[in-house]
Design a protein around this ligand. Structure first.
Ligand code: CUA
Length: 316
């Protein structure tokens, strides 16, 4: 579609082609459904205009078959689109098992990304072509929204909550990424470049990129300095839940329910430890609500994730 209509954003994934096909087909459907109405308005306006010798007796003319068909056929067509669009939407929230996990943090007014090897970048996101990528996203301050038009994906990024989105770029190139939620003075310039590269180029880029300690490694330091290891470490004398292999696993709670240890659960357990108490453990964990900043919590969560062999996608 690109080129035919230059305002249309470029396509950089199979998903973007599917979204455009859906949008195009829906546009055609709406034209087909509304055109007869407008055509008849014009036809009747001409045929029955004042002074014209038309037949105005208006006899009762019941054609049940016709009435049912013009109700049922559009209904089924629109319902078909509902199923089509919904399945596309669900696809977007089910990352495949082999997805590369990249952390994304939004803050006023920049996007920070960190690759599994610790490579960091700001306002730029480099990814390999042909490889599913899952973004685990959080905000350090207000609500932002990561928007990559070429992939046809947009997802809110919230403080205090993790959101995810995934995609597979299918052609190399440079595209735009934006913030799509008004987030303050510099919202309009909160954006940058999305760069899809051939896998070999991506590997070469990873080698050149600035490597910081990975989020998980920074989390490990915090884990010790804030005394977490005193209770959750191997030498602890206090009876606290082990964190080894926790991520992605079901956790039975005191109240009999079971939750999945996802990013949100781990985060809440650090900040609101009394809210969900693991079955069989005393509620002795203090809250770190006013002790840790948002970014520190992100790092701790990344560290606890790294201590588990389970990837997010294995839960599916
Ligand atoms: Cu961040 Cu708008």
């Amino acid at each position: 579609m690109n080129g035919v209509f230059s305002l249309w954003p470029s396509q950089a994934s199979a998903h973007s082609v599917q979204v455009d096909t859906l949008l195009g087909a829906f546009f055609v459907l709406i034209i087909l459904l509304s055109a007869p109405v407008f055509v008849l308005i014009v036809v009747f306006a001409v045929r029955y205009r004042r002074g014209r010798a038309a037949d105005r007796r208006h006899p009762v003319n019941q054609k049940v078959g016709l009435e049912i068909s013009w109700t049922l056929i559009p209904f089924l067509l629109v319902l078909g689109f509902y199923v089509w669009a919904t399945s596309l939407y669900f696809d977007l929230y089910r990352p495949p098992a082999d997805a590369l996990e990249i952390d994304a943090v939004g803050k006023q007014w920049m996007w920070k990304f960190q690759h599994p090897g610790g490579q960091r970048e700001i306002d730029e996101l480099h990814v390999p072509v042909g490889q599913p990528v899952r973004l685990a996203m959080a905000s350090q301050d207000v609500i932002h929204s990561l928007y990559i038009p070429a992939l046809r994906i947009k997802q809110d990024v919230l403080p205090g909550r993790y959101t995810t989105i995934w995609f597979t770029a299918d052609r190399p190139g440079e595209f735009r990424l934006h913030c799509a939620e008004f987030c303050g003075t510099d919202h309009s310039i909160m954006g940058g470049r999305f760069i899809a590269m051939e896998p070999a180029d991506y590997t070469a880029w990873l080698e050149r990129a600035d490597v910081d300690l990975s989020l998980a490694a920074q989390g490990e330091i915090l884990f010790r300095t804030h005394g977490c290891s005193g209770c959750h470490g191997p030498a602890a004398t206090v009876h606290a839940p082990p964190l080894e292999d926790l991520y992605g696993k079901p956790v039975p709670l005191q109240d009999g329910s079971v939750v999945t240890a996802d990013e949100q659960y781990i985060r809440d357990s650090i900040l609101l430890p009394q809210a969900q108490i693991a079955a069989g453990y005393p509620p002795i964990m203090p809250t770190f609500q006013n002790v840790l900043g948002e970014e520190e919590v992100l790092k701790l969560v990344a560290y606890i994730k790294s201590r588990s062999g389970t990837r997010w996608s294995d839960r599916q």
